[in-house]
Ligand binder design. Structure first.
Ligand SMILES: [Zn+2]
Length: 247
């Protein structure tokens, strides 16, 4: 039996069993395996990891673990200043775009509400999610850490929170999106950018009170839904204010 010591940093501990969190711990193995396989067998998806030090030197995921190794594993956005390490994550996606798994429908609407480009279908299979993520360069957000262990995935993130507003805050913080918030610019149903439309063109479709009080209208080319900044968006405004003020 061979022995390796692991130490996981910061939010990577979320994936570990309690006795392994924030501490150096022993792990036993018989056959040599890649550090990626060993880390994932402990429950941590590779998409969460930015760099790995083995005996003080940075290594990539294919590194074969040796008897007696000391291995430290750091998360993507950990701001520890260690120069000349080999970062394992591809460069951040330039325009932040996302694809969400089937459990995150409510979060998808919240993300569209603040203008984030968010693909979501309530019947996507794992393979379809991965294909969309790779083809359209979208970060995959998921409640299922199993899918993040798939080798093809380059940009993925496991959503920790259960409450939708907290999930939204988590995404904004994790992907540093506070300055990208453009509320009420995207259709909540289809993700398309809304287009401004003159009141007279849609006036016969408006409820009487809206007809009297509102003058600014937007519509979605795909589903034809009309949007205006009425009282029904107060709750959304409050959520957005809290997100902007957080941190
Ligand atoms: Zn639409």
């Amino acid at each position: 039996m061979k022995t390796v010591h692991f130490r996981f940093y910061e939010e990577l501990n979320d994936f570990l069993t309690p006795e392994k969190r924030k501490t150096r711990f022993e792990h036993h193995f018989i056959d040599r395996a890649s550090v990626k396989d060993m880390i994932e067998s402990l429950g941590v998806p590779h998409t969460e990891i930015d760099f790995i030090l083995a005996n003080g030197k940075s290594v990539d995921f294919s590194y074969l673990v040796n008897d007696g190794d000391e291995i430290s594993i750091y998360p993507v956005f950990e701001s520890i200043d260690i120069s000349e390490v080999q970062h394992l994550r591809a460069k951040p996606l330039r325009e932040p775009k996302f694809v969400l798994d089937v459990h995150l429908g409510k979060l998808a609407r919240y993300m569209r509400m603040i203008g984030l480009n968010t693909a979501y279908m309530n019947n996507s299979t794992d393979d379809e999610l991965i294909e969309t993520s790779l083809k359209e360069k979208r970060a995959l957000l998921t409640k299922d850490r199993g899918i993040l262990k798939r080798n093809e995935i380059t940009h993925g993130y496991w959503i920790r929170n259960e409450n939708t507003e907290e999930q939204l805050r988590e995404v904004v913080e994790r992907f540093d999106l506070k300055n990208q918030i453009k509320e009420f610019t995207r259709c909540l149903e289809c993700n398309l950018t809304l287009i401004e439309i003159k009141k007279e063109k849609i006036i016969e479709r408006l409820p009487p009170k809206v007809k009297d009080w509102q003058n600014e209208f937007y519509f979605c080319e795909k589903c034809d839904k009309i949007y205006w900044k009425g009282t029904h968006i107060d709750r959304m405004k409050n959520i957005i204010r809290r997100i902007k003020e957080a941190g």
